[in-house]
Write a protein that binds this ligand. Structure first.
Ligand code: ADP
Ligand code: ADP
Ligand code: ZN
Length: 210
């Protein structure tokens, strides 16, 4: 059976930032539940509407919704050789469900202390053209407002990337997601990478794991 990879870590750890590199190294497509939920919301689907309130307040979307999304995603042809999960699983119930539908080779945890998370999230913006991830201070575009990657000038900020919501998201992470670390350690799948160093260094550390 083809194996998948999980990118694990608190909000703002740098999962989305590092995903592109992992995709080019492994050839496995990125499957981000956050991106899928935002797409559903943007498209105005009933699933998007159901998820909306949870996302806006920084709480986790119910497991049934997330597991349904993933089950459907894994039936697409490009998932047949395994995928890179980004931001999933986030609860033990999600991990249990995943264990029945996919085989994992490794869970890569990007470790960043809470004290860094707020500044990372509150300075985040992304390119509307290609979804490249930037930061006001730590990773700005070379020319102000112009994407380095695709020249788009449509930069976006997420409504939930504010200090209040980040605190709720961090609480959800510690209460519901962090217990997955031991769950995956017991299954010998858990590898940690120091995420509190510059973006290139984190990328090198991840490449060593792959
Ligand atoms: P996640 O997908 O884990 O929520 P992102 O990849 O979106 O995190 O990163 C959150 C923010 O932190 C972005 O603005 C990104 O540019 C920035 N960032 C990512 N990695 C680092 C790093 N190693 N050092 C400093 N800032 C970073
Ligand atoms: P970040 O990594 O920056 O916290 P995401 O884009 O991964 O953000 O997630 C944004 C929001 O979408 C979360 O706060 C949560 O409401 C919802 N979400 C995303 N993935 C999941 C998941 N696997 N389980 C439950 N909720 C999720
Ligand atoms: Zn771009």
């Amino acid at each position: 059976m083809a194996s998948s990879i999980v990118l694990f870590g608190p909000p703002g750890a740098g999962k989305g930032t590092q995903a592109g590199n992992i995709v080019s190294i492994t050839g496995k497509p990125q499957v981000s539940t956050g991106d899928m939920l935002r797409a559903a919301l943007g498209a105005g689907t009933s699933l998007g509407l159901e998820a909306k309130g949870y996302m806006e307040s920084g709480q986790l979307v119910p497991d049934e919704i997330i597991i349904g999304l993933i089950e459907e995603r894994l039936t697409l042809p490009d998932a047949s050789d395994g995928v890179l999960f980004d931001g999933f699983p986030r609860t033990i119930a999600q991990a249990e469900a995943l264990s029945h539908i996919a085989q994992l080779s490794v869970v890569i945890a990007i470790e960043v202390p809470d004290s860094r998370i707020v500044e990372r999230i509150c300075g985040r913006y992304t390119c509307g053209g290609c979804a490249a991830v930037y930061h006001d201070t730590f990773n700005p575009t070379s020319a102000a407002g112009v994407c380095d990657n695709c020249d788009s000038t449509e930069m976006k900020r997420r409504a939930d990337d504010n200090e209040d919501t980040v605190r709720t998201r961090l609480t959800a992470y510690h209460e519901q997601t962090a217990p997955l670390a031991d769950w995956y350690r017991q299954r010998d799948l858990f590898v940690t990478v120091d995420g509190d160093q510059d973006i290139q260094k984190v990328g090198q550390a991840i490449a060593l794991v792959l």
